[in-house]
Design a protein around this ligand. Structure first.
Ligand code: GLV
Length: 317
């Protein structure tokens, strides 16, 4: 079991994260923070290592850390880049950033839902490429959210905030999780994946990446879905089988997709970018001033609580 540093000494943080200035200032106000990379990390004696995806934390990575590292903080809510058993085996506390980014990601989900249904990629291309000929713009007729059913795969903190927003747009909500949740945010639980997919006009993937959720949207599941499905992914790229979704986008089985997350970020499957019925953003779900400030604050508070010998609520391991 690693020890927290003595209360009298300033906590030293080594950061592998390219923090925004305001977030970095928050850490610098409370701690000594130094930016590092894989090569320079070994030269320092930090108490805490700050990291984020795509840094992969596995047993080998943990063994390569300076012995002074007593805790890990990930600047993310997602934990799929971290081998939690390996962290546990090293006796290192790990903190993450739940809650504070949910509004930002839910806004992004609505943006993608609206952009996909209103054919934003095609509409902006008409202007950029000087192909706008029809002044009443029947060139890009879309569909509306009101009266449609949104299926939420993964009704957690983010899924619930999307549910609130989607209700205000006049949508009906269903959700599919491992089990029923206590706060359903007005959504109806559907236990069977097939029934869930058959009931949704639009599908929001908001689950974390785990061995149970990976490849959720594969060929078989797409076949269970309604024709002309709208797909939005703000969870993780590997919830989707890319080849299956591309085929469905080309055949019209999926009318349009809004994607903020991809496999192999940032070297994503560029076939998505050539599809007119895909609107894509580069994993910017939590990229708001408010969310990033909140992420810095909850990690700083967790590190201070750890130093006082307490167990903060956002301690994962
Ligand atoms: C973003 O994807 C996060 O996990 O915080």
């Amino acid at each position: 079991m690693k020890r927290a540093p003595q209360p009298s000494s300033p906590i030293r943080i080594a950061s592998l994260v390219p923090l925004e200035p305001a977030a970095r200032a928050e850490f610098a106000r409370r701690f000594v923070i130094e930016d590092v990379d894989a090569a320079t990390l070994g030269l320092l004696r930090p108490d805490v290592l700050l990291l984020s995806p795509p840094v992969r934390v596995d047993a080998a990575f943990l063994l390569s850390l300076p012995a002074s590292v007593g805790a890990l903080a990930t600047y993310s809510v997602g934990l799929d880049h971290i081998d939690l058993d390996a962290v546990r085996a090293q006796g290192l506390p790990l903190f993450n950033t739940p809650g504070v980014l949910a509004n930002a990601v839910a806004d992004q989900a609505m943006l993608l839902l609206l952009a996909a249904t209103r054919r934003m990629t095609e509409a902006t291309a008409l202007l950029r490429e000087n192909r706008w000929t029809d002044l009443w713009s029947s060139q890009t007729l879309g569909i509306e959210l009101a009266g449609k059913t949104l299926g939420i795969y993964g009704l957690g903190d983010i899924g619930r905030r999307v549910a609130q927003r989607a209700r205000a747009f006049g949508m009906t909500l269903v959700y599919h999780n491992r089990g029923r949740t206590t706060d359903e945010a007005g959504a109806t639980f559907i236990a069977d994946a097939k029934d869930f997919l058959a009931s949704a006009d639009m599908l929001l993937l908001a689950a974390p990446s785990t061995s149970q959720t990976r490849n959720f949207l594969d060929r078989d599941r797409l076949a269970m879905a309604r024709d002309g499905l709208i797909v939005v992914n703000i969870g993780r790229g590997d919830l989707i089988d890319d080849d299956a979704l591309l085929e469905a986008l080309d055949s019209g089985k999926v009318r349009a997709a809004g994607l903020d997350v991809f496999r192999n970020e940032p070297r994503i499957d560029r076939r998505f970018l050539s599809r007119p019925n895909v609107v894509a953003t580069p994993h910017i779900g939590s990229a708001t001033e408010e969310a990033r400030r909140g992420m810095a604050t909850v990690l700083c508070e967790a590190i201070e609580a750890w130093r006082r010998g307490e167990r903060p609520a956002n301690r994962v391991v």
